[in-house]
Design a protein around this ligand. Structure first.
Ligand SMILES: C[S@@+](CC[C@H](N)C(=O)[O-])C[C@H]1O[C@@H](n2cnc3c(N)ncnc32)[C@H](O)[C@@H]1O
Length: 217
């Protein structure tokens, strides 16, 4: 079956911008302190629960995968863009990075202690988000945690350029309450939320959510 056209656009666009992305986007060490605190708290939750590794879904050049590994938790990355995966493997040869889509993960059921989706779901048209969130739920172990971070709003954007290059992806910004509702419908219970005004790497309002797959009764 042919893949949805948005996946092709995202893959081709991030292949085009991969090298510029690394130059232009702040590294984890340069990120705003509250986002870094959410990442550190998430790593501690996953490490303490001891249920399995973190999958960094939409890992881009792998910097956050490496940041999480540096916080003492096993982590691997998955990205649609072969160029991004190539950069990640080159920069972090000791970590595992694979090509794949969060709409249909190769990871088995209940295998993960954590899922990180960091600024990687906003190119997914809203009608596909239930599929993506169902994949997060399926692959997380009962008691496992999700950290989701992204732009929020109520807008569909069709940028001609990204990171200084032509791109064909679109971006879909949703109100935070809608994201919470979709996670809830997927069976993931939101346990923490942080909403931030534009600043740092984000020129728009942005937010983080921590959610948990309930432990089996
Ligand atoms: C804005 S970048 C964020 C990269 C990384 N998470 C970071 O914060 O540096 C978005 C990344 O998500 C990836 N992506 C978007 N949709 C995806 C999907 N369905 N499956 C896997 N990766 C995806 C893109 O290829 C791109 O590398």
């Amino acid at each position: 079956m042919a893949e949805p056209s948005f996946l092709t656009a995202v893959r081709e666009s991030y292949d085009t911008v991969a090298a510029d992305y690394v130059e232009r986007v702040p590294s984890p060490a340069e990120m705003d302190p509250l986002s870094r605190a959410m990442l550190a708290g998430f790593a501690e939750l996953v490490r303490t629960a001891g249920l399995g590794p973190i999958a960094d879904l939409g890992c881009g050049p792998g910097r956050l995968t490496a940041h999480l590994a540096g916080l003492g938790v096993s982590a691997f990355g998955v990205d649609l863009s072969p160029k991004m995966v190539g950069l990640a493997r080159h920069a972090y040869p000791d970590l595992r990075f694979t090509e794949g889509s969060m709409t249909a993960l190769e990871t088995g059921d209940d295998e993960l202690g954590g899922v990180l989706a960091w600024y990687s779901t906003h190119h997914t048209p809203p009608q596909y988000l239930p599929t993506v969130f169902a994949e997060f739920h399926r692959t997380l172990a009962p008691g496992g945690h999700l950290l989701w971070g992204d732009y929020v709003g109520d807008e569909r954007l069709r940028p001609r350029q990204g990171y200084g290059r032509p791109v064909s992806y679109e971006s879909y910004l949703l109100p935070l309450d809608r994201v919470v509702e979709l996670l809830d419908q997927a069976g993931l219970v939101v346990t923490a939320r942080l909403e931030q005004e534009p600043g740092g790497r984000a020129n728009r309002p942005h937010a983080c959510l921590v959610a948990r797959k309930p432990a089996s009764p």
